[in-house]
Design a protein around this ligand. Structure first.
Ligand code: 6PG
Length: 257
């Protein structure tokens, strides 16, 4: 199946497209039982994701049943400028603080990862499939080297340091800071929905790689097994989409949540 494609002319349009996607998915998911689990990444995402979700009619959202998780995090304190979660918390109103599942940071990143997995298991318990985490939606970014989450080219096989291997660490990240916690590729691949937000000409080749399943890029390996992949691109990044006219321009139906 080809990825569902959303191409925007500017950031305002990107936020509108994200909002529409969130509205469609959340309407469906909140109608089911249990917690809706959304994983988010760093980079420019905190700004656009926050604007999109906070612009939805708030009475439509049952925040008590929505939980937001970090796809990856730098092993730094929450009040550090480098903390992804810290950035989201600064962008969200205080009364929605509990929507974010905290990642307790320890000096040893392995401990951070182990605690984080235990925390995830509390929320994703009913969604586990053969001990594999199944997030409802994961929002991923992409680096110019093709990394996604904190999974970098040549470093895809992260050491198994947690019981279920949902989470791992990298201590020599090519992009600073070096010490990071990340969901594993296995976890990304089992998500019910994966949405990439990718902007810029220098990422057009990675977009091609994702569409062509070119395994040399971690981002292409993060394609979910159910193929429910949505791309939010600007015009520059979209030049990498092969055979663009025949791509789906809308999200596929939410058969799997
Ligand atoms: C990090 C960032 C990083 C980012 C990508 C894409 O922890 O260093 O999260 O991995 O997600 O570089 O960033 P943009 O979407 O802003 O290009």
């Amino acid at each position: 199946m080809k990825p569902a494609l959303n191409v925007s002319g500017d950031e305002k349009e990107l936020i509108l497209q994200l909002r529409r996607y969130l509205e469609e998915k959340l309407t469906y998911l909140l109608d089911q039982n249990g917690t809706v689990s959304i994983g988010v990444s760093g980079g420019s995402m905190p700004r656009v994701f926050s604007k999109a979700i906070l612009s939805l009619p708030q009475e439509q959202l049952n925040w008590k049943r929505i939980r937001i998780f970090m796809v990856d995090e730098r092993n730094v304190d929450l009040d550090s400028e480098e903390s992804n979660q810290g950035e989201y918390l600064r962008l969200f109103p205080n009364e929605l603080r509990d929507v974010f599942v905290p990642m307790q940071i320890f000096k040893d990143p392995c401990l951070t990862a182990q605690h984080y997995e235990i925390s995830l298991r509390k929320y994703l318990l009913p969604e586990q499939l053969n001990n594999t985490a199944r997030f409802d939606i994961l929002f991923l970014g992409v680096g110019p080297d093709g990394h996604t989450a904190s999974i970098f080219p040549g470093k895809e096989r992260l050491e198994k340091i947690t019981e279920l291997n949902w989470v791992s660490v990298i201590t020599d990240s090519p992009k600073p800071p070096p010490s990071r916690i990340t969901l594993t590729l296995q976890t990304l691949q089992h998500a019910k929905n994966v949405a990439f937000i990718i902007c810029g000409k220098q990422k057009a080749e990675i977009v091609r790689g994702i569409c062509d399943r070119d395994q040399k890029y971690p981002a292409a390996q993060a394609r979910p097994f159910n193929d429910k992949l949505t791309l939010f691109l600007d015009e520059d990044a979209a030049t990498g989409v092969p055979d663009r006219d025949s791509s789906d321009s809308d999200s596929p139906p939410p058969f799997d949540g």
